[in-house]
Design a protein around this ligand. Structure first.
Ligand SMILES: C[S@@+](CC[C@H](N)C(=O)[O-])C[C@H]1O[C@@H](n2cnc3c(N)ncnc32)[C@H](O)[C@@H]1O
Length: 355
């Protein structure tokens, strides 16, 4: 597939924007990334529509979302587009204005499209460039949580963009990559020397490889003993893009050996949203313990784990288990700038582990 096109001038618009421009941007960013509809600023939209008494803002939002070239090429699920348009129509009706043909035409088109269990999400980088991912519409499908992007993955990517020196010209190993958002963002914005995406679920590995290629990166066959997740080498179709060496490894935390992990020669190890279940926590700690303390006589890898604290007991359990095996940790300050749309009320933490 071709490289996704950059979204139009999003980054430049944000600086000196009026409330209406900011709202357009939030709708565009949220819609393209498939953000939950309840997190959209509907009340602000209604206020501006009522105050201005015209519908041009709605038409601009329509152009920047459902009719945006990225959405036409890589659309979110049919259900998502249908619900979004219905909500826009409701907000328009609430102003008592004449019906807008453009909104009904767009809805008619979506209603004539067959429903699917898959859709695309387009995440905008500060440069305006987009990361396009094929994802499942259900948060858990085929027995895994790995077929959608999670808030902690967006948070970790956001933090990496602000701390790119940690990644530049270094070898990165990501555990439990899921759909690949964090790693693709780091590969595009932080110039790592080498990036190893990994996961253990066959469907996740397959979709992850597709997503990596979709974004112009070419996974190469792995040299170590991890089995490669069936991703053939493919030339990047991006003109002039000199990316890192990228591989996708089938790396199960319960099965990985010290030798295999040492073979990856990671300078930095990262993971997002991998602390949500006590059993999983034990597997994660098992793999962390097998990371080389001094690969090639050099210093141990830097380890960063981001996770949403849904249940404080699970977080305590993670800390207790880290203590038991003598892994110390320190909290890392949050990113300053919000780049990706995710639930700002969610309690997300980033820990640096000292192995
Ligand atoms: C909640 S998802 C997070 C995905 C991604 N990091 C994100 O933030 O969007 C957890 C991921 O961990 C992976 N995972 C769970 N247990 C694993 C194990 N034992 N070995 C390797 N990966 C595992 C899952 O397949 C899934 O992709």
């Amino acid at each position: 597939m071709e490289e996704p096109e950059p979204a139009d001038g999003v980054a430049e618009e944000e600086e000196e924007a009026s409330p209406a421009r900011l709202l357009e941007h939030r709708f565009q960013q949220g819609f393209l990334a498939g953000q939950r509809l309840l997190h959209f600023p509907w009340q602000d939209l209604e206020k501006i529509l009522k105050a201005s008494g015209n519908s041009s803002l709605l038409l601009t939002i329509l152009q920047k979302t459902v009719l945006h070239p990225l959405c036409l090429k890589y659309p979110p699920s049919v259900k998502y587009r249908r619900c979004f348009l219905s909500e826009l129509i409701k907000k328009h009706e609430a102003t008592g204005a004449e019906p807008l043909d453009e909104l009904y035409e767009a809805l008619g088109h979506v209603l004539n499209t067959e429903e699917n269990a898959h859709g695309y999400k387009n995440y905008l980088l500060p440069t305006g460039e987009a990361i396009t991912l094929g994802e499942s519409v259900a948060i858990i499908s085929r027995g895994t949580t790995g077929l959608v992007t999670w808030d902690a993955g967006l948070y970790l990517a956001e933090w990496a963009l602000e701390n790119h020196a940690i990644f530049t010209n270094r070898s990165i190993l990501e555990l439990g990559s899921g759909m690949g958002l964090t790693g693709i963002a780091i590969c595009k914005a932080c110039q790592p020397r080498r990036y190893t995406f990994s996961d253990h679920h066959p469907c996740v590995l397959q979709q992850l490889s597709e997503n990596i290629r979709l974004n112009g990166l070419s996974p190469e066959p792995e040299v170590g003993s991890f089995s490669l997740a069936k991703c053939e080498t493919q030339k990047a179709n991006l003109t002039g893009f000199q990316g890192p060496k990228v591989t996708v490894a089938d790396l199960d935390w319960n099965l990985a050996t010290k030798e295999e992990l040492a073979g990856l020669q990671a300078d930095v190890v990262i993971a997002a949203d991998v602390v949500y279940d006590p059993e999983l926590t034990l597997s994660l700690i098992k793999v962390l313990q097998k990371l080389p303390c001094c690969p090639n006589g050099q210093k141990a890898p830097e380890v960063y784990i981001a996770f949403t604290i849904r249940n404080p007991d699970t977080y305590c359990c993670f800390q207790t288990e880290l203590n038991k095996v003598g892994i110390r940790w320190q909290a890392v300050p949050s990113p300053q700038k919000n780049v990706f749309p995710y639930d700002q009320q969610a309690k997300i933490t980033l820990l640096r582990l000292l192995i």
